[in-house]
Write a protein that binds this ligand. Structure first.
Ligand SMILES: [Fe+2]
Length: 357
C-alpha cells in the first residue's frame, strides 16, 4: 500500500517489490519455521542450520521470477521487499491487552513468526543476528507499546510516566535507519557495522496501523553533488539509542551519513531525531544536513500494513523507516536484524550469531 507520491512512480517501483507466495510455498515456509520453533526458536544454537535448510527447500520451489526478485534484494538493488501470501497460522482475535514482554518471549506463535522471519532472511541470503549491547543481546525484538507514550494510556500510565524513544514505546518515531551508527559495511574502531536489513511481521495489528518506509535512492539522486559529498564527511553527531542495554553503548561524534557501497551504490546511516551537526562541521555540511532533512520530509512514503500473513524486508542502508503514534496498544510486531553476505562483523558468538555493537 503506497501513499504521498511526490516522486515518479516508476522510480519508487524500482526500489519496492512484492513477492507473493503460492499456498504450497507458504506451507513449506510454515513447516520450516515450525522446525525451528519446535527446537526452542531463533535464539537457540542450531537455528541457523535449520533456517538454511528450510530456505533452500523453499528456494527450489520458487519460480524463476521469484528467484530473480530475491537475487535483486540480495545484491543490494532494492530498498524494500514485501512478502505476501504467508500461511495464516492462527485466526484467533487479539487479546484484550498486550501481554508482558517476558511472557511473549515464550509464546509459541511469537517463536513461529520469528523463525519464519529468520527463514525469509536466509531466503534473501542474509543471516539473523543481534548486537551484544542492544535489545538485551536477543535476536528477536518485540515491537510494541510496553513503556507508554501511545495514543491510549497503558494501565497505570500517567502524564508523569517517563517514556523512552524506542520501539518498546508507543510514540511516533521519525525517519531513521537502525542503530548503531558508528559505521556501515565494514567494522570500525572495534564496532560491527549497522544492520544490513531488518525484517518485520505482525502478530497483532488490529487497526492495521502501517509501517512507513522511505526508499532513499530517489531522494539522494535529487540532491546536488556537493550536498551528497558533504554528507560523506565526518561532520555529524548522534545521541545514544534507548534500546541499548543499560551501561552499554553511547552517543557518537564525527560520523558521516552517506558512504559509497560497491554493492548497493551507497549506504546510509541517519536518524531524524538523533542526528545533529558536529560543532566542528563546516558550512557545506550544515547546508547538506538541512537539505537532506527537507528532502526526506518531501519524500515518497511506502505504507506497509503488516499482518500475520505478510512480512517486510527493509534494506537498512537504502531506506529509512518510521511510524505514527501507536493507536491500538495491542499492536505487536516481531523484528529481526540481518546481515548480508557482504558484511563481516566482529563475532562474539557464532550460533546464535551475536556481534559486537
Ligand atoms: Fe526502527
Amino acid at each position: 500500500m503506497r501513499a504521498s507520491l511526490e516522486y515518479p512512480t516508476a522510480v519508487v517501483d524500482q526500489e519496492y517489490r512484492q513477492l507473493l507466495f503460492s499456498p504450497s510455498q507458504a506451507m513449506l515456509l510454515h513447516a520450516g519455521a515450525q522446525t525451528i520453533a519446535a527446537c526452542g526458536g531463533t535464539e537457540q544454537a542450531g537455528a541457523v542450520a535449520r533456517a538454511c535448510v528450510a530456505a533452500l527447500h523453499l528456494y527450489r520451489r520458487l519460480d524463476p521470477r521469484q528467484q530473480a526478485l530475491l537475487q535483486d534484494y540480495a545484491d543490494g538493488r532494492l530498498a524494500v521487499l514485501e512478502f505476501q501470501g504467508l500461511h495464516p497460522f492462527d485466526n484467533r482475535p487479539p487479546p484484550l491487552r498486550l501481554p508482558a514482554l517476558r511472557a511473549l518471549q515464550n509464546y509459541p506463535c511469537c517463536r513461529l513468526l520469528a523463525a519464519r522471519n529468520q527463514v525469509l532472511l536466509h531466503l534473501a541470503q542474509h543471516r539473523a543476528f543481534a548486537f551484544d549491547l542492544d535489545n538485551g543481546g536477543r535476536l528477536v525484538r518485540f515491537v510494541g507499546n510496553f513503556r507508554g507514550g501511545g495514543q491510549q494510556a497503558r494501565p497505570g500510565e500517567t502524564a508523569a510516566t517517563p517514556v523512552e524513544l524506542s520501539s518498546h514505546a508507543g510514540l511516533a518515531l521519525g525517519p531513521h535507519t537502525e542503530a548503531p551508527y558508528h559505521c556501515a559495511l565494514q567494522p570500525r574502531d572495534g564496532h560491527s557495522p549497522a544492520p544490513s536489513a531488518l525484517i518485520l511481521s505482525a502478530r497483532w495489528n488490529p487497526l492495521l496501523e502501517p509501517t512507513c518506509i522511505i526508499p532513499m535512492a530517489p531522494v539522494i539522486e535529487r540532491l546536488s553533488t556537493r550536498t551528497a559529498l558533504a554528507l560523506t564527511s565526518p561532520s555529524f553527531d548522534y545521541s545514544r539509542s534507548d534500546s541499548f542495554v543499560a551501561g552499554s553503548g553511547a552517543a557518537g561524534r564525527g560520523v558521516s551519513i552517506l558512504q559509497f557501497d560497491p554493492n548497493g551504490g551507497f549506504a546510509l546511516r541517519y536518524n531524524s531525531y538523533r542526528f545533529s551537526l558536529n560543532t566542528q562541521a563546516g558550512a557545506a555540511a550544515a547546508d547538506a544536513l538541512e537539505k537532506l532533512t527537507a528532502a526526506v520530509n518531501a519524500s515518497t512514503v511506502i505504507r506497509c500494513v503488516l499482518t500475520p500473513c505478510s512480512a517486510v524486508l527493509i534494506n537498512n542502508y537504502r531506506a529509512l523507516h518510521c511510524r505514527d503514534i501507536v493507536r491500538d496498544n495491542r499492536r505487536l510486531l516481531i523484528r529481526l536484524f540481518g546481515y548480508s553476505r557482504f558484511i563481516t562483523p566482529i563475532v562474539m558468538s557464532e550460533d546464535p550469531l551475536i556481534v559486537k555493537g
